[in-house]
Design a protein around this ligand. Structure first.
Ligand code: PMP
Length: 454
């Protein structure tokens, strides 16, 4: 195996070696590492990234989907500059009007959201959702699906990417810690469920109903494996019956499968929703929204109406703790509001999805021409390339796809000027042009030819 992405990545390699001396593995998040070495980026404009050696890439990583308008969108950038100028400070450390404006927008767009709290990352949002669920129900376990990612905290780092030979039967998967350093307590209190298998999910939930506070799921696993509609309807029904809250983790699907997220597509109202990524327009963000009755447990005024009631007699032990120095950051919310404004312009979302589908069809055509079993699966503006023609419904089905070959193709694509982190999903942006789409299909064809020529 070559130890360079290509001859033209010398500066990247030099810097990466330097980085390795000061950061473990040379990266600030393990996910940023890949073989043979990560590429150091310097600039981004529109659909393109430019690395430190001056190579240009069409970018489909888009910061794991966050940059739905690509790099440096003028409207979003100006909203940030204007906000900084107008407020004269990056942050007040107090309530401010953009928090209300964004909350109103989220309530308008998301069926399951009646009230909102902000955080600084998707992980903090899922954590807050789960703490809220535990406080509200008085129960102490969560249930999650095998292969689903909700951020890097102890209780969610269970069976995200487990070794199937260690994880028991498909219908009742074992809880497998995803990392060293995770106390057994978290593993034992995280019940793992099989995605898209309603019968087995129902059995497990019934068995632990007295202990499970919430089921958390990615309605579209990894942004590309959709829940079946009947599965989703069944899950909503059974959780309601058992007094278990349903949390949609829409950090990835929010504003990407539809403006109103997966809950809009499925027509299902979760009790709580976690958002992130696109919501911050490229800045660090998260939010939790949900039913008023649940959200109000974190109200420090005990839900008192200031204009009609007297002093709060609220017992603070009855209030859910939620805090964060940077929550509701004005610069971030300005970027997020501008991002959503563009998406709301007539036809924008539809065009973005059409563009995604054109790319998917074009790619499928090329791979099939070259005789590969290949499918793209996904929803809205996110998809993945899987080298198999078998149906993919859950984590274990992914074993059917040829990941080794996919990795080789992705490494060739990097050398050719197409950026996805190897094995990662593709996200689309409004900045991608018809020319980008055609070139992407050509580059895939080139990569396949290179592999065949070997
Ligand atoms: N949930 C999902 C579905 C995600 O995709 C991610 C991030 N990839 C997270 C939660 C965590 O978000 P963050 O990285 O902002 O903490």
């Amino acid at each position: 195996e070559a130890s360079y992405v290509s001859e033209s990545n010398r500066m990247s390699v030099e810097l990466y070696e330097k980085a390795c001396k000061v950061m473990p593995g040379g990266v600030t998040a393990n996910i940023k590492y890949f073989e043979p070495h990560p590429i150091m980026m310097e600039k981004g404009t529109g659909s393109k990234l430019y690395d430190v050696d001056g190579n240009e890439y069409i970018d489909y990583l888009l910061c794991y989907g966050a940059l739905i308008h690509g790099h440096g969108n003028e409207y979003v950038m100006n909203a940030v500059f204007d906000q900084l100028k107008q407020s004269g400070t990056p942050i007040f450390g107090t309530p401010h009007v953009l928090e209300i404006n964004m909350a109103e927008k989220l309530i308008e767009l998301y069926d399951g959201i009646e009230m909102v709290r902000y955080t600084n990352s998707g992980l903090e949002a899922t954590l807050l959702a789960v703490r809220s669920a535990m406080a509200y129900t008085g129960k102490h376990k969560i249930a999650k699906f095998e292969g689903h990612y909700h951020g890097g905290s102890n209780q969610f780092l269970v069976s995200v990417n487990p070794d199937v030979s260690q994880s028991g039967s498909a219908k009742s998967p074992n809880s497998i810690p995803e990392s060293i350093g995770i106390p057994d307590f978290y593993v034992e209190n995280t019940v793992v469920l099989p995605f898209n298998d309603l019968g087995a999910t129902e059995d497990r939930l019934r068995k632990h109903a007295d202990e499970i506070a919430a089921v958390i799921l990615e309605p579209v696993q990894g942004g590309f494996i959709p829940a079946d509609i009947e599965f989703m309807k069944g899950l909503r029904k059974i959780t309601e019956e058992l007094g278990i809250l349903l949390i949609f983790d829409e950090v990835k699907t929010g504003f990407r499968v539809a403006l109103g997220g997966a809950q809009q597509i499925y027509g299902i109202k979760p009790d709580l929703t976690a958002l992130g990524k696109v919501l911050g327009g490229g800045f660090p963000v998260g939010a939790v929204g949900g039913k008023k009755e649940i959200m109000m447990i974190s109200a420090p005024n005990g839900g008192r109406d200031i204009l009609t009631a007297g002093n709060s007699n609220n017992n603070k032990k009855e209030v859910l703790f939620h805090s964060g120095t940077y929550n509701g950051h004005p610069t971030v919310l300005a970027a997020g509001l501008a991002t959503i404004e563009i998406l709301e312009q007539n036809g924008t979302m539809g065009k973005l999805i059409e563009k995604t589908n054109r790319l998917r069809n074009g790619l499928e055509h090329v791979y099939h021409q070259y005789g590969y079993d290949m499918q793209t699966i996904g929803m809205g503006t996110i998809f993945n390339i899987l080298l198999t023609s078998d149906p993919i419904k859950n984590y274990r089905d992914m074993d059917k796809a040829n990941m080794d070959l996919r990795k080789v193709i992705d490494q060739k694509l990097l050398a050719l000027g197409l950026y996805t982190k190897p094995l990662n999903r593709y996200s689309m942006s409004t900045a991608h042009t018809e020319e980008d789409i055609n070139r992407t299909i050509e580059l895939h064809e080139k990569a396949l030819k290179m592999i065949r020529g070997k």
